[in-house]
Write a protein that binds this ligand. Structure first.
Ligand code: SF4
Length: 430
């Protein structure tokens, strides 16, 4: 979502005559687009702001803005700790960026814009037609929904990005069509709980599965992905759309967070281990080759050894292709952040290491089962590690390396898998 927001900010600045700088030294405007989901990226942002300060001293006309979730949640602290920042712009209305930059060029008065849409169910209609005039991108992100109504007790997103709002279907179809005309072959639809898309639209409720079907009618669009769905809203119609619609990829990132029902309750996750496993079972029964990944948090306040073991058990049972695993990070202003029963850092670290070790083994074992199979790969370019090889992703979201002519870049290829490692597969062009 942040990557996409950054792109949108670039477009707004191009709209008032700026062009992309080749380096931070050359830049006349520096924007830091920040993330608040964990403490580490916030610490990094403050440290980067410190590193930028000498640039401002050397070039007094330099404009510095902080955008994104940290700007939304910690505007006053940014002003205090980094007085060389000209403005902070939260997540609510990026359209204010050109005005803020122009004001900063005139005056050095600190500006703060952190208003979020107030009402639940607002729709989002003012997203600019991005990507017009940009270099063609083979794969593009398209936000379809902003904010979140779920209020997980560990999460800052409902505070930093506001309540759930969906974009009208017609706007999304128009944007994706424009992207495809510019060279995009794969889109990833983005939303905090992407499968709850479509509430409160003027055209009435549009189920997420209906949006997928509509997008799949766009000629020359080859692939559709989405992230991240929320388990409670994962319904049968979505499963049949993934199964029946060839353009919707057979991969799913379905956050689990914990394999213990009491923990899920305390996290205010609105599903149980059993209902989660039921979705996984149905997905695998209906779409046997589906690639499954997840998010897991260890060391949530009060988590016992037994509750952690329950997460390990679910991980063993599901056997995810991969997982984003994190030690719980206190987010001030969230219910879990205020709890007194925080888990000591060393315990969190130990649990995380155990989980990562086990998941890495499972990933290697699953990747080995791909040996001999032929996968459809969208060829994205040469491998960053070995420029003699081409690289792309399979329908199941496996990264695949293989030898082939660069003329294959941008096209689909069939690759027979001959090697597997934890981080991906290698093979030969069929
Ligand atoms: S579903 Fe929970 S974790 Fe995801 S964005 Fe919403 S509040 Fe945060």
């Amino acid at each position: 979502m942040n990557e996409e927001d950054s792109e949108q900010m670039g477009l707004y600045l191009e709209g008032i005559g700026y062009t992309r700088a080749n380096s931070i030294i050359e830049a006349e405007v520096i924007l830091l687009n920040t993330c608040s989901v964990r403490k580490k990226p916030e610490d990094k942002a403050f440290s980067l702001l410190g590193e930028i300060e000498p640039l401002r001293l050397a070039k007094p006309g330099l404009i510095i803005g902080v955008c994104g979730c940290m700007a939304q949640a910690r505007a006053d602290e940014i002003k205090r700790r980094a007085p060389h920042v000209d403005f902070v712009l939260g997540t609510g209305d990026l359209g204010q960026l050109p005005g803020l930059v122009e004001e900063a060029a005139q005056s050095r008065k600190f500006q703060k814009r952190v208003m979020l849409p107030e009402r639940k169910g607002n729709i989002v209609e003012d997203v600019p037609q991005r990507h017009l005039g940009r270099a063609a991108k083979l794969k593009s992100f398209v936000p379809i929904q902003y904010g979140c109504d779920k209020f997980c007790t560990f999460c800052i997103v409902p505070t930093t990005r506001g309540r759930e709002r969906s974009r009208p279907t017609a706007d999304i179809v128009e944007e994706v069509s424009t992207l495809v005309q510019g060279g995009t072959r794969e889109v990833t639809l983005l939303g905090q709980t992407v499968n709850s898309y479509g509430k409160n639209l003027l055209e009435g409720r549009v189920p997420f599965s209906a949006l997928l079907e509509k997008l799949s009618e766009i000629p020359n669009l080859e692939r559709i992905r989405f992230m991240s769905p929320y388990p409670r809203d994962f319904r049968a119609d979505l499963i049949s759309t993934i199964r029946d619609c060839p353009k919707v990829m057979e991969s799913c990132h379905l956050p689990l967070q914990s394999g213990d029902n009491d923990m899920l309750k305390e996290m205010h996750r609105l599903y149980t281990v059993e209902s989660y496993l039921e979705i996984i079972d149905t997905l695998r029964a209906e779409i046997p080759n589906i690639g499954l990944t997840t998010d897991i948090i260890v060391g949530f306040p009060g988590e016992t050894d037994e509750q952690f073991e329950n997460t390990l058990k679910v991980m063993e049972q599901v056997r995810f292709d991969g997982a984003y695993m994190f030690a719980y990070s206190i987010r001030p202003g969230t219910p879990a952040g205020d709890r007194k029963d925080q888990i000591p850092e060393d315990v969190k670290k130990q649990r995380l290491a155990t989980l990562i070790d086990r998941q890495n083994q499972i990933t290697c074992e699953i990747n080995e089962t791909y040996l001999g199979r032929t996968l459809e790969v969208l060829v994205e370019g040469t491998s960053p590690r070995n420029p003699d090889k081409l690289q792309g992703f399979s329908r199941e979201s496996k990264v695949v390396h293989f030898s082939g002519p660069v003329s294959r870049i941008g096209r689909l290829a069939k690759v027979q898998i001959t090697g597997s490692k934890q981080y991906g597969l290698s093979g030969e062009l069929v």
